[in-house]
Design a protein around this ligand. Structure first.
Ligand code: BTN
Length: 255
């Protein structure tokens, strides 16, 4: 591993319920070093955002978790970890795919799309000790060699784009190197550079997007993402709104 600490301690499992759940229970029982990587060939109960399942075929995808200790962030800054993970995924995809042919985008908060289809997702979970953050677990699911997906998922993989099989461990190693770079920028308080990069690849930014709020479909203008990770939208009357990920759902992709 070509890194200082991310992924230097690596636990690889053939099968586990979820690498995030495994990491969280390990943290409760064992002293782990920062940067520990837990990867699995197969997850039997991979977890996604909003309580969804993350379904990935055995041996065909990257499913892993990184354990970090971002004690230098306050609780309103934790979304920066999501940004780092999304940017590192962007870099992995830009390495494997020809960016002239494939449009790689970050869909707020941190899904990764290629030509409008989801290729990767991030699930960050924080472990508190009392009210204090002690560890964060960044769980990453990246579709690599799987080429068939359940109907209605609108998903893709690196192989679906290139027609070739790719080395899963190489993708994980590449992610670790890229993530470490962004994480060290954060540690150095280079927030602007992370924010600028994230905004650069954000799907739908500064355009009208279709969303659902409290069951109502709306077309709103995507102004920005706030530092604490909420989406800032405005309507035609000039009213602005802030929503967190639980309050709003994306509808049809339009840009
Ligand atoms: C999403 O819903 O988009 C987030 C998906 C995150 C999936 C990854 S796979 C490795 C890690 N372990 C889990 O149980 N989930 C995350």
């Amino acid at each position: 591993m070509d890194t200082l600490f991310i992924g230097q301690n690596h636990i690889h499992l053939d099968e586990v319920d979820s690498t995030n759940s495994y990491a969280i229970s390990l943290l409760k029982n064992v002293n782990l070093t920062e940067g520990t990587l837990i990867s699995a060939k197969h997850q039997t109960k991979g977890r996604g955002q909003r309580g969804n399942l993350w379904d990935a075929m055995a041996g065909q995808n990257a499913t892993f978790s990184l354990i970090v200790k971002p004690a230098f962030l306050n609780e309103n800054q934790l979304f920066y970890l999501s940004k780092c993970a999304a940017l590192a995924l962007y870099d992995v995809l830009a390495y494997f795919l020809n960016t002239g042919h494939f449009d790689i985008k970050i869909k707020w908060p941190n899904d990764i799309l290629v030509n409008g289809k989801k290729i990767a997702g991030v699930l960050i979970e924080n472990v508190l000790s009392g009210r204090q953050l002690s560890w964060s677990v960044a769980g990453i699911g990246l579709n690599i060699n799987q080429t068939s997906f359940s109907d209605g998922l609108n998903a893709t993989s690196i192989k679906s784009c290139t027609g070739q099989d790719h080395d899963i461990m190489l993708a994980i190693r590449y992610f670790c190197t890229a993530f470490e770079g962004y994480y060290l920028q954060l540690k150095n308080k280079s927030f602007n550079s992370i924010n600028e990069n994230y905004a650069l690849f954000l799907f739908g930014l500064k355009s009208w997007i279709n969303v659902e709020v409290e069951g109502m479909p709306l077309s709103l203008f995507f102004e920005a993402v706030t530092e604490d990770g909420r989406i800032n939208l405005s309507d035609r009357g000039g009213n602005t709104y802030l929503f967190d990920v639980k309050q709003i759902k994306w509808l049809k992709l339009t840009s």
